[in-house]
Write a protein that binds this ligand. Structure first.
Ligand SMILES: [Zn+2]
Length: 204
């Protein structure tokens, strides 16, 4: 059975064993565009990827399945070199610890996503970034665009164009990098990993 057949089987839940790690050549490929109209297989794969992120953020499922928590996943991380990404960014609880009104700041599966414009201003997450394909901590600011406009096809086949900022914008740039063969640490200044460039927004 091929990787894609296994991953899209109704009974299969994506788990950490399905995720390839740094050093695997697929993570360095420029992934293939998915054909439109979307195939059932591509749609199912996208849904399975989003389901994985949900499981990874659910304390009971994450413990049971031994998942690392994640907010984004790209098909190349499953050794499928296709331009499909999923993002699931939870909203924080309020100050009293009540759940947010909207559970997610971003919940989306994107096919052939493309950054069509971006701010001049750059941004980085204060604590750096992590990746399900990288089993070590890498220190340093991952320099990205503060704001982006992304075009993609959604799972119903509709063309979408959305503007993102803050953490959502960082997550989508991280995932789009994966379909272009780029790892997050490629964007850390090797000489000055913690240097704050002029005007760079630091996201807490
Ligand atoms: Zn990653």
């Amino acid at each position: 059975m091929s990787a894609i057949e296994k991953l899209t089987k109704a009974s299969h839940l994506i788990n950490m064993d399905d995720i390839i790690r740094e050093g695997h050549p697929t993570l360095r490929l420029n992934a293939q565009e998915v054909a439109l109209p979307l195939s059932d297989q591509d749609i199912i794969l996208g849904e399975k990827m989003l389901q994985f992120l949900k499981h990874s953020q659910d304390p009971v499922m994450a413990e049971k399945m031994k998942l690392r928590g994640g907010v984004g996943l790209a098909a190349p991380q499953l050794d499928i070199s296709r331009r499909i990404i999923a993002a699931l960014v939870p909203n924080p609880e309020d100050e009293e610890g009540n759940p947010p009104k909207e559970a997610y700041a971003l919940q989306e599966i994107m096919f052939n996503p493309r950054i069509v414009s971006h701010s001049v201003q750059e941004a980085a997450i204060e604590g750096g970034e992590g990746c399900l394909s990288v089993d070590r901590e890498v220190q340093g600011y991952v320099v990205r665009h503060a704001r982006i406009t992304v075009e993609y096809t959604d799972k119903t086949g509709e063309k979408q164009r959305i503007k993102l900022k803050g953490f959502n914008a960082i997550v989508i740039q991280h995932e789009i990098d994966h379909i272009n063969g780029i790892m997050f640490y490629d964007r850390i200044d090797p000489e000055h990993p913690l240097a704050v460039k002029d005007g760079m927004l630091i996201i807490e």
